[in-house]
Structures are given as structure tokens and as C-alpha cells.
Design a protein around this ligand. Structure first.
Ligand SMILES: NC(=O)c1ccc[n+]([C@@H]2O[C@H](COP(=O)([O-])OP(=O)(O)OC[C@H]3O[C@@H](n4cnc5c(N)ncnc54)[C@H](OP(=O)(O)O)[C@@H]3O)[C@@H](O)[C@H]2O)c1
Length: 149
């Protein structure tokens, strides 16, 4: 499933024999789904991130906090952002059309962010979407293609 916020997620999970395996939600360092994650975990549903690099918003690829931490490990801001999600048990599917970026985005298994790093990145959470508010009925109309009616 995708973009199921906890209210609709719980309703569905309580009414099916097989709980959903995966829920894909906008999840990145600026929108960490911190509270929502606990609801998916309660039903054994994995959280999969869409937009794990925030599509570059908020200057992610040159963000001073992420770049600064990356310097400690010889890693880029993007690698630090992805590693953070991995250490929070979030499945990540970064998108790139560039081979070298794909390789770089995969190269995050040889270092471990420490507690201070994790805390500094947790503090970047804005707790809201950088793209769209799915619970706004106008957004639903937009997604359904009714925006211009
Ligand atoms: N379920 C949903 O509602 C939903 C919504 C949106 C997206 N998605 C899915 O989520 C997946 C990924 O999310 P996304 O594409 O939205 O965003 P993303 O992975 O956060 O960001 C992709 C952007 O970052 C650039 N990028 C990737 N790696 C980079 C790197 N190492 N350095 C610099 N730039 C880099 C890419 O450019 P280049 O390609 O030019 O490298 C692209 O512009 C996609 O498969 C998408 O289909 C699902």
C-alpha cells in the first residue's frame, strides 16, 4: 500500500486476514514519520520511503548538518541521509538516472552513524510533507485529476 496514514491504515489492517507487508510513505530526514512509524510497526508492516532524498529539497545534497556528519565518515550528505533512514529500519528506494549516483546511494553499508549523529539528524524533522498534504481534500481532487474542474 502507499500513502496510508495511521487512521486509514489501522482501519484496513484490522479488517484483513493478512496484514499489509509494506506501506510506502514520503519519508526523509525532513519528514521522518516519527509517530506514524509506531503504528505501522504495531501491525508488522514495513515502512518504505518514497522521496528518501526529499527530491533534493531543503538543500539536502549540500545540507550543512548532513555534509558535516558525512565529512567524519568520508560520505556525502545524500549517503548520510539514506543511512539515517536505514538505521531507523525504513526501506529506501532512492531514484537516480545516473549510474554513479546509483552506486553512491547503495554505498552506505560500511559505516554507522553514532547516537550524536542520529540526534542531530532527528532534529531536522519538520514533521510535515515537503510535497503534498494527502489529508487535504483539495490534494485528493488534484491527485484524481479534478484540480481544474
Ligand atoms: N508512492 C508515492 O506516492 C510516490 C511519490 C513519489 C515518488 N515515489 C517513488 O519513490 C521513488 C524515489 O523517490 P523520488 O524519485 O520521489 O525522490 P528521491 O529519491 O528523494 O530523489 C530523486 C532525485 O534526487 C536526485 N538524486 C538521486 N541521488 C542523488 C545523489 N546521490 N546526488 C544528487 N542527486 C541525486 C535524482 O536526480 P537524478 O535522477 O538526475 O540523479 C532525482 O532528481 C521513486 O521510485 C518514485 O517512483 C512514490
Amino acid at each position: 500500500m502507499s500513502n496510508f496514514f495511521p487512521d486509514r491504515f489501522v482501519d484496513l489492517a484490522e479488517n484483513v486476514e493478512v496484514p499489509p507487508a509494506v506501506n510506502q510513505m514520503e519519508t526523509h530526514v525532513f519528514n521522518q514519520q516519527a509517530d506514524n512509524r509506531t503504528w505501522y510497526a504495531k501491525y508488522g508492516t514495513a515502512l518504505e520511503s518514497w522521496g528518501p532524498l526529499a527530491q533534493g529539497k531543503n538543500n539536502l545534497f549540500a545540507h550543512p548538518v548532513l555534509s558535516g556528519i558525512g565529512e567524519e565518515y568520508g560520505k556525502t550528505a545524500a549517503q548520510v541521509a539514506l543511512r539515517y533512514l536505514l538505521q531507523r529500519d525504513v526501506i529506501i528506494i532512492p531514484k537516480s538516472v545516473h549510474r554513479e549516483r546509483m552506486a553512491s546511494n547503495l554505498d552506505i553499508l560500511d559505516f554507522q552513524l553514532d547516537d550524536a549523529d542520529m540526534a542531530a539528524i532527528t532534529a531536522l524533522d519538520e514533521g510535515k510533507s515537503l510535497f503534498i498534504e494527502h489529508t487535504d481534500p483539495r490534494a485528493v481532487e488534484f491527485l484524481l485529476g479534478y484540480g481544474s474542474r
